[in-house]
Design a protein around this ligand. Structure first.
Ligand SMILES: [Zn+2]
Length: 461
């Protein structure tokens, strides 16, 4: 892994274009000081001594996108889950991801980072590991995100109950890789991880990440959320991905999982929940009232056939919605341009929703930027180009096929663009991806390590 050679670069971007409130393009000179946007002007700004100058002529500059739900370990398992339902895919993941050494975890995280950067993603909520969180398993993942220069919230995946929603995978209890841990141990692990690694100003956060509300006790959910509040951090979980999760909660607790979280005091603006497919109108009202963020993972939901998330109803109810890719085994690439398009297309495809209720390209762009910023607890700091925001920026070539001729930027970024027009990606004013080259990631080394890992796994019964 190479060090970032120009840490917290001061720079001046000149001759670029950005969009105004109405989506119109206007010329832009952007000055960045210590990683933060300091000045935006429509006319030339003079450069200052020692300031790096970047010529953005012919490019539109957009806020970096936020992948608000992913699992970096699954970047080793692209192309493994066709025709799998949710339980089958979950157990396949287990077989593929247990027993990695630290170098393997670092290499797989590197591939996830590269896949996101090249598609204009600058920030991520990484829900890890695939088994119950342990400090030694999470450490190489944290190190890799830090070295990548990307902005990351690592949501520590924890559970003190059983994965009843997916059965036992045929494992005997003492062999099951999805082993519950005592509630106190899990809370201690989270506390220690926050102490070691939670540094929001350095681009790294530690979130509390229950695997799914249905795999956790009332106490873990309530005290985990309280810990997040005490430490000013986030609370991120899978929620209502499958119908069986809703039915199980109704029969055990006499309410929906959203009602249960509300009862436990674990529903707030610091929460983000992935999937939320099996929600009803009362759930959506609660989400909107508590300003909890829903993270839509359209590709994963469709591939596993878990159901269609009611996006239009959510936006109509005033919910904040972000976008995620989920892991690369249910996607099979980490591309939010694709997620933007799919989130809209799925709402229209069966012909039942009236045209004037269809979510739009502007909605999709908002989900990929401002919605994700809300999920990362970085509202107005990322997902926008504004004075005082972090300089997390993506440069798109206006002469590239997907954007030329430019008829409508929002529609083309959503329906046409797949990342092919992206020339430069910067986080905190530091360029991490430049015309196909990664400046902080050793891709060749990572590919060799992950290929060897897959060969090793293939030989394991
Ligand atoms: Zn997930």
């Amino acid at each position: 892994m190479r060090a970032i050679d120009d840490d917290r670069a001061d720079c001046l971007i000149e001759n670029g274009q950005i969009t105004d409130e109405d989506g119109r393009l206007s010329p832009a000179w952007i000055r960045i000081r210590r990683g933060i946007i300091d000045e935006i002007a429509k006319a030339p700004l003079a450069s200052i001594a020692d300031e790096q100058v970047i010529d953005a002529r012919g490019h539109v500059i957009c806020p970096g996108m936020v992948n608000a739900h992913a699992h970096s370990p699954l970047s080793a398992t692209k192309g493994t889950t066709d025709q799998m339902d949710h339980p089958t895919f979950m157990w396949t993941n287990q077989k593929d991801t247990v027993g990695w050494i630290a170098d393997e975890a670092r290499a797989v995280t590197t591939l996830a980072a590269a896949d996101m950067l090249r598609h204009g993603i600058t920030a991520i909520i990484d829900h890890v590991p695939e088994q119950n969180a342990a400090l030694e398993t999470v450490a190489p993942i944290v190190e890799t995100w830090r070295g990548s220069g990307m902005r990351a919230a690592i949501a520590l995946r924890i559970f003190d109950g059983r994965y009843d929603d997916i059965g036992d995978g045929g494992y005997a209890t003492d062999q099951n890789p999805l082993r519950a841990l005592p509630t106190d141990d899990l809370l201690d692990i989270c506390q220690e991880a926050i102490k070691r690694w939670h540094q929001p100003n350095e681009g790294l956060q530690i979130f509390i990440g229950p695997s799914n509300s249905e795999r956790c006790s009332d106490r873990l959910l309530a005290e985990g959320h309280q810990l997040a509040a005490d430490q000013s951090t986030g609370f991120h979980a899978h929620l209502l991905e499958t119908k069986v999760q809703r039915e199980r909660c109704q029969s055990l607790h006499g309410m929906t999982p959203v009602g249960r979280l509300e009862r436990l005091g674990a529903l707030s603006a610091r929460c983000s929940f992935a999937h939320c497919v099996w929600t009803d109108a009362a759930d959506l009202e609660l989400f909107a009232a508590r300003q909890a963020v829903i993270v839509h993972n359209p590709h994963s939901n469709a591939k596993l056939g878990v159901g269609l998330m009611p996006l239009a109803a959510m936006l109509n109810a005033g919910c904040e919605v972000a976008l995620g890719t989920d892991g690369a085994s249910t996607n099979d690439g980490l591309n939010l341009h694709e997620a933007m398009a799919l989130s809209l297309l799925l709402q229209r495809s069966d012909g039942t929703l009236p045209r004037h209720h269809w979510p739009t390209a502007d909605d999709a762009l908002r989900m990929a930027t401002k919605g994700g910023a809300a999920a990362m607890l970085l509202r107005d700091r990322i997902g926008v180009i504004a004075k005082g925001a972090f300089a997390d920026l993506v440069f798109y070539d206006l002469k590239a096929l997907d954007l030329c001729p430019l008829n409508d930027l929002a529609q083309q970024l959503t329906f046409a663009e797949r990342g092919r027009s992206i020339c430069r990606v910067m986080v905190g004013g530091v360029t991490l991806f430049d015309n196909g080259r990664f400046r902080t990631l050793d891709i060749e080394g990572a590919l060799d390590t992950v290929t060897a890992l897959r060969h090793r796994k293939a030989k394991t019964p």
